[in-house]
Design a binder for this molecule. Structure first.
Ligand code: GRF
Length: 197
């Protein structure tokens, strides 16, 4: 299976996904793209030997369809079987999603369906939740709402700030996403739940 990954920043999840696709893993990374030419993850992908591209969404000033057309060029040229969003911070139109529906994955830093959207850790803390975490799901046109493929649950500690919680959840994202991708690449769609080690 050919895997493409889209990032917007550091790409720590992308790095873990790329590093996981070795040996008897049924998938291999074929390209990493970003909406930000300065994304630090692009250099990390290159260092791992994965071709990269960037399409600066600021060049399209709100014309979402034109930006996505720019993404589709290099993406489709790589002929991916699976597209993983990993720290990708742009909302995709339903037209784009429909081109990859059923093979488009995303990781979201909350226990969906709780806290779709942004500032998920702050919201969990303010709600007094005992647990937070992350979710890998299939992407549908509705934001952060597709079928769940995996979750990891992380305790919220009394002294947690959004930053400390985010850091602890991120470590667990790095366990969850590679595990879910390996299963998905094998056609195993039943959802898994991990707990923080
Ligand atoms: C992190 O907040 C993570 O929770 C979310 O995207 C952000 C950056 O991740 N998935 P990455 O380091 O770019 O993978």
């Amino acid at each position: 299976k050919r895997v493409a990954i889209l990032i917007s920043g550091g790409g720590s999840n992308m790095v873990k996904l790329v590093e996981s696709m070795t040996g008897d893993h049924p998938a291999r990374p074929v390209i990493v793209g970003s909406n930000d030419p300065q994304a630090a993850g692009l250099a990390r992908a290159s260092a791992l030997g994965v071709p990269t591209f960037a399409v600066d969404h600021r060049d399209f000033r709100g014309d979402r369809a034109a930006f996505e057309a720019g993404l589709l060029g290099p993406l489709l040229a790589a002929q991916p079987d699976i597209l993983c969003l990993a720290g990708f911070m742009r909302i995709l139109t339903s037209e784009f999603v429909q081109q990859f529906e059923g093979r488009l994955l995303n990781i979201h830093p909350s226990l969906l369906p709780k806290y779709p959207g942004l500032h998920t850790h702050q919201r969990a803390i303010e709600a007094g939740d005992a647990e937070a975490g992350a979710t890998v799901h299939l992407v549908t046109p509705e934001l952060d709402a597709g079928p769940i493929l995996g979750q990891v649950r992380v305790p919220v500690l009394p002294q947690d700030t959004a930053e400390s919680l985010a850091a602890r959840v991120l470590v667990q994202e790095h366990r969850l996403y590679p595990k879910v991708l390996r299963r998905f690449a094998r056609g195993e769609l039943s959802p898994i739940t991990l707990t923080a080690a």
